[in-house]
Every structure is written in structure tokens, then in C-alpha cells.
Write a protein that binds this ligand. Structure first.
Ligand code: ADP
Length: 469
């Protein structure tokens, strides 16, 4: 899962939890405040009843003031008990409903929230849709100068308040859902914005290769974490670039240094060969040595080319080059080599195609491929060359019926110094740089090279070059 999605989910879950806990807290606190206010009012009434007790008459004076027209407790559920626990007064509501509340033994006031259900309509009472009414009531012992004189159970229907609380609950719930939608969208947007620079850093870092090591990641905010990451990566690229250049410089210097003594050796050996007094056995040895020197020289030239061309792409010419003409030239030259193995090079198709590039390098590219086909095919075999045009590409194929390359080696053969069979390669005079050079030349011309091969059956090298429009 992407960091962006993970962050959004975390952000969403954490915010949801905070909002849910906060809303639940508010909800509970509001209910507590409402009940507290209600309990206070009920306690005041209870105290009023208690204070109205007349010890001489053994009655609660407040009840004497009650008439049908002045009913102080019309809206209340009120039951008053005498000292023996017998009910002596029922309010209008209490005559219709019975709340199951025990009489307390201690002197404390006990609050209750009770739900009761009934069918008939009672004035002052509003049932909910299910015919239920919620009462908040308190039960308390009544005392006169610390002597128990009775009990009271007094309550109020709180359906309306309950409905307000439920409405508050619904409003909070809806608020949470709407907030979560906005938080989800906002969170995704914010994380996307915050992580955008990471994507451009990844893109840039992926683009940087050995050919464009000079490029750097652009730093937008040098002080933030991403700025620091970009700086670290840039300094890594700088170190890589310097190591790479040092290595190429070393390769180039070493190759140059080797070339001169080799040239001296070769001239020396060649002049020795012309000496008529030299015995035949020595002559053969010298010919072999000269061949080795030539191979070494070829290897050094290839190394020089690889080290140089990467440093200076501008070394390459960029002019219109007719591919068919170059191929004809290469086939003519390579046919001489093929003759020594009684092989035939046949051009099956040769379309007219022009590319923009360097004729010398393109010659080298095709020559390497055909040279390989000759080297890695048996005597008397056939090598086929074709050039087709599939606009905007010119497609060159070099096919042989040789030893082929096994699947295990195929992905590596364009790597430098990679040889399938080191001993065989030594016999054929290969160094493992030929295909690396082919790849480089193709890529510098904006093209691509690939190979299809089956072991012991043959190989086809396919070069794709962009045509000059
Ligand atoms: P080399 O100088 O050794 O030929 P290359 O880079 O040209 O180096 O080729 C790398 C390896 O790929 C060779 O050693 C060889 O094993 C294999 N190879 C290249 N061309 C062919 C081919 N036409 N048929 C079979 N194997 C090939």
C-alpha cells in the first residue's frame, strides 16, 4: 500500500476516534447537566414537602392545600408514604402509572431514570412512537427533626428532554460523518501535496544514469526533510560522478599508455619477420605473437571507445547516413572473413533507409554483429542480413545458424566483458566488449538492440534505429 493511502487511513482513523470520543463526552456531559438540574428541582420539592410536615396533626401541610383546581403536582409523578410505608398521596399521574422504585432505608436521595410503557393517553404526558415514557425520579426518606415521618417518590416525565438529547446525538453523529468525508478528502489531498516532491525525487533519481550523472535533483525547500534527502542524494550523485570519471580517466590513460609499447613491439616483430635468416620455427612463433598483439590492440581500442564515448557524446557525428549502403559495405568486407570458414552471407532484404548518425560507428555496429555471427557459427553455414522499414524505424536483422545463446546468458550478453564460454571466447579472440559497443552505438543513435536465440540453433540480433523523417 502506498504511503499516501496509509497516511490518509491513519489520519482518518485517528481523527474519527478523536471526534467520536469528544462527541460521546459532550453527549454524556450534557445529559449529566440536564439530569443534575432536574434532580436539584426534584430535591427542592421533596424538601418543601418534608418541611410542610405538621407533627401535631401528623400530616404534610402542603397536601392540605391541594384541590382539584389548584394541583401543584399535576405534572409530577408523586407518591407520599407515611412512616409505616403506606401510601397516603398519589398525584394525578401516579394514579395512572406505577413506577417500580423501592423506598430507601438510608437518608440519602436516590435518583432513577426509568422507562415505562402504557397505552392510554394521560394529560401532561407525551409518549414516544413506541408508547414509552422516560421518567427521572428520586426517592427519599422524609424526616422531622431526624425522626422518619414517611417517604416520597417524585419524578417528571423527561420524554421531551430525552428527545432533545437524541436529537443532539443524531446531530453529532451526522456532524461526525460529514466531517469524516471532508477529513478523508482533505487528508488525501494534503498527503498527496506533501508527498508530491517525493515522487519528483524518485522520478529524477530514476532518470539519473551513468550517461547523465551531471544532472541533479532540484531542491525546493532546502530546510525541510525532503530538501535534506535531495541534498543527500545530490551529494551521492556527485561522489558517483567523480568516481565514475576517475575510473574512465584511468581506463583511458591506461589504454593510451599501453598502445605505444604495443605499437613498438608490433613494429619490432614485423621487422624481425622480414629477416631472411630467421628460422621457420621462430617465424611461426612471431606470427602468433603478432596476432596476439593485434587482438590486444583491438581490445584497447574498444576500451578507449567505451570510455571516451560516454564522456563525450559529441564525439559522434550526426549526419544523414544511408543504412543500406553501410550494410552493403559491411557485407562485402565481412564476406572475406566468412570465406575462411566457407560461410555465406546473404542479404535477404535491403530497403532504402536513412538515419541521422555516425557512419563509422554504424559500420562498426553492423560489422561487430556479422563478425560475431561468423565467429559463433559452424563452417559452411549461412548468415542472413535484412533491412526493413517500419516507419519510423529501420529494422536490421543479423541471423545465423550457429551455437546460439542459452536463456541463462541472454540477459547479460550486452554487458561489458561478458562472455558465454570464456575458453571458447578466447579461441575466437573475443573480449566481451563487442556487444557492449553495439548497444552503446545503437543507444547513441536513439535506437535499441535485442536478441532472440536458441541454443544450438542460432541467433538473430535485431537493431532498431529511428529513421530520418
Ligand atoms: P566477444 O568479443 O566475446 O564476441 P561480444 O560482446 O561480441 O564479445 O559477445 C559477448 C558474448 O555473446 C560472446 O562471448 C558470445 O558468447 C555471445 N555471442 C555474441 N554473438 C553471438 C552469436 N551470434 N551467436 C552466439 N553467441 C554469440
Amino acid at each position: 500500500m502506498k504511503i499516501r493511502s496509509r497516511l490518509t487511513i491513519w489520519y482518518f482513523v485517528v481523527t474519527f476516534l478523536i471526534l467520536a470520543i469528544f462527541s460521546y463526552g459532550i453527549f454524556r456531559y450534557m445529559r449529566h447537566l440536564i439530569y443534575q438540574a432536574l434532580d436539584r428541582d426534584l430535591t427542592i420539592l421533596t424538601n418543601t414537602i418534608e418541611r410542610s410536615f405538621d407533627p401535631f396533626l401528623g400530616q404534610f401541610g402542603i397536601l392540605q392545600l391541594q384541590t382539584d383546581s389548584i394541583d401543584r403536582f399535576a405534572e409530577f409523578y408523586l407518591v407520599i408514604y407515611d412512616a409505616s410505608g403506606l401510601p397516603i398521596y398519589y398525584s394525578f399521574i401516579a394514579q395512572h402509572i406505577l413506577l417500580n422504585i423501592p423506598l430507601p432505608v438510608d437518608n440519602l436521595s436516590h435518583p432513577y431514570t426509568l422507562k415505562t410503557r402504557f397505552k392510554e393517553q394521560i394529560p401532561f404526558i407525551k409518549q414516544n412512537d413506541r408508547g414509552e415514557v422516560v421518567f427521572r425520579a428520586i426517592s427519599q426518606k422524609l424526616r422531622y427533626q431526624n425522626t422518619p415521618v414517611g417517604w416520597v417518590i417524585i419524578g417528571l416525565p423527561i420524554e421531551r428532554m430525552e428527545q432533545s438529547i437524541v436529537s443532539l446525538e443524531k446531530a453529532l453523529f451526522l456532524g461526525i460523518i460529514i466531517s469524516m468525508i471532508f477529513i478523508g478528502i482533505g487528508g488525501y489531498f494534503l498527503t498527496t501535496r506533501a508527498l508530491n516532491p517525493v515522487e519528483s525525487i524518485i522520478k529524477k533519481a530514476n532518470q539519473i544514469r551513468h550517461t547523465n550523472l551531471k544532472e541533479r535533483i532540484q531542491i525546493e525547500n532546502p530546510k525541510d526533510e525532503l530538501g535534506q534527502l535531495s541534498r543527500t542524494l545530490n551529494s551521492l550523485f556527485e561522489r558517483l560522478q567523480s568516481a565514475f570519471e576517475n575510473q574512465k580517466q584511468f581506463l583511458s590513460d591506461a589504454a593510451h599508455e599501453l598502445k605505444t609499447p604495443l605499437a613498438v613491439l608490433r613494429t619490432h616483430w614485423e621487422s624481425e619477420l622480414n629477416n631472411p635468416e630467421l628460422p621457420l620455427s621462430l617465424k611461426e612463433k612471431f606470427v602468433h605473437d603478432i596476432e596476439t598483439i593485434t587482438r590486444l590492440n583491438h581490445l584497447i581500442n574498444n576500451m578507449l571507445l567505451l570510455s571516451k564515448s560516454e564522456m563525450l557524446e559529441s564525439d559522434f557525428e550526426s549526419v544523414p547516413v544511408k543504412l543500406n549502403e553501410i550494410l552493403n559495405e559491411v557485407v562485402t568486407d565481412a564476406s572475406v572473413l566468412a570465406e575462411s570458414k566457407l560461410q555465406k552471407i546473404r542479404t535477404t532484404e535491403l530497403a532504402e533507409a536513412t538515419v541521422k548518425g555516425d557512419a563509422v560507428r554504424l559500420y562498426q555496429l553492423f560489422f561487430n554483429l556479422i563478425d560475431n555471427a561468423i565467429k559463433y557459427s559452424p563452417n559452411e553455414s549461412l548468415i542472413s542480413i535484412s533491412l526493413q522499414v517500419h516507419s519510423p524505424w529501420g529494422i536490421i536483422k543479423v541471423n545465423d545458424n550457429g551455437v546460439g545463446i542459452s536463456a541463462e546468458h541472454l540477459p547479460h550478453i550486452f554487458e561489458r566483458f561478458y562472455r558465454v564460454q570464456k575458453d571458447r571466447a578466447r579461441k575466437t579472440g573475443g573480449s566481451g566488449l563487442g556487444l557492449a559497443i553495439c548497444k552503446l552505438i545503437t543507444e547513441l543513435h536513439g535506437g535499441a538492440i535485442e536478441v532472440e536465440s536458441t541454443e544450438n540453433q542460432g541467433s538473430t540480433f535485431i537493431v532498431k534505429l529511428p529513421l530520418l523523417s
